[in-house]
Design a protein around this ligand. Sequence first.
Ligand SMILES: *Cc1c(COP(=O)(O)O)cnc(C)c1O
Length: 520
Amino acid sequence: MNAGGWKPGTPVSSNNEGEYPTVTGNRALKLEERLIFELGTRETCGVDLPEPKADAPNRLGKFARQQLIDLPGLSEPETVRHYTRLSRQNYAIDLGLFPLGSCTMKHNPRLNEKVARMPGFADVHPLQPVDTIKGALGVIDELSHWLIELTGMSAVAMSPKAGAHGELCGILCIRAALEARGDARKVVLVPESAHGTNPATAAFAGYEVEDIPADKDGRVDLEALKARLGPDVAGVMITNPNTCGLFERDMKAISDAVHAAGGLVYCDGANFNAIMGRVRPGDLGVDAMHINLHKTFSTPHGGGGPGSGPVVLSEALAPYAPLPFIVKDGETGEIHLVEEENVGDEFPGSFGRMTAFHGQMGMFTRALTYILSHGADGLRQASGDAVLNANYILRSLDDVLDAPFGEAGHCMHEALFSDNGFADGMSTLDVAKGLIDEGFHPMTMYFPLVVHGAMLVEPTETESKATLDQFVMAMRSLAERAKAGDETLKTAPHHAPRARLDEAQAARKPVLAWQGSVEG
Ligand SMILES: *Cc1c(COP(=O)(O)O)cnc(C)c1O
């Protein structure tokens, strides 16, 4: 085949100019990689299958294939090398700082992996008879216990499979609770600085979404919120700490006002890493909050593993939690599973089921290992160090970059900067691309929307002072170049295998299937 532009025996890349061109287009051990379809030939098969018997009856009739199957044909070593070469072009938390704000890209301790790989956990199957998975249910129950303990709430729904899925779970609990009292309300209030998943969740659950403005310090405007409350408001969704990296100091007053108006309070707990072991959302009047195990509790994410978004619930919402539910007998310690068949009187209000089974077992074992290996003091230190690291970055850069809420005091787990002061034509994107040349994954860009050209940096507690100093050095240089209008920054990255992609085109017209030709 080789339907593509590339033929073996020719350069793999046209990207081979520069001072020391190579004939292959590879750069030392940084290998260029073609699409898998271009590497193989359709006539090749990686395994030796027996020839079909000539006299075998054709049971496919007119559906029997007339042509080659058009799969990429590579031998096993060619396949292994293809994917290994691709994997080396990835950036990962195991390679260096990954400062994506709001994503909590912390180290994934290897102890977690060791425990998750123990056969008793790794090989458990959701369709096994309940009697044979008591240990796995015990793990879920113990993790539930610690999540409730850390958040000061009444119950936890373990099955949601990511933060946004947890938001949906919480909002459906709120809806079920309101419907149970015959008070179906229509509106969910969401502050301007909310994570995009918050309004999306409320809209998906059928609510009208209304914005609540931020005050000049980047927090929810309490008076504006109070003024909007009324009999049509089902509840609020508030991220705390918020996406400007600030703690919502009025959270208790917000909850009290919402409750007084008959509504319920959803808290987006994705940023729990900033307050873990220090603040219990239950004490702030929160009714439902998702916890991203893949952020706060170090389970791999960002291409490395599935999410997991358990939702802690207040006493008011606990009866509406989704099935299945694990219940431990207080006296005998016996654990049993509540599902549709045996729900009985225990959870009559449950709104139903969100996932086929119990959630992400592999993430539960990792998160519980993280919690138990850190202990109360360790978890508290992790949140403290995360906040300390973010403030170190804020104060190391606020003389060269505009920090919109820097005057308002300390930040929490992430430091927020804007493009204010950049030369004409220079943008946040240019700084992010420049960071790639300097060997760092870019920070979160253009989010939150309330800040122009936002750059949101979350170092987490993982990073040493030496790493932070290295990052600060790179950022200071990039900030100076952006302010001076350095044109070379507009074409960065210069050292990456690909420079600037047409991202709008890629998003609007994605090419999802091999089309048989690629320019060389
Ligand atoms: C990450 C994040 C979410 C969504 O979590 P997912 O697991 O990606 O669905 C929601 N809110 C905030 C503030 C987040 O940082």
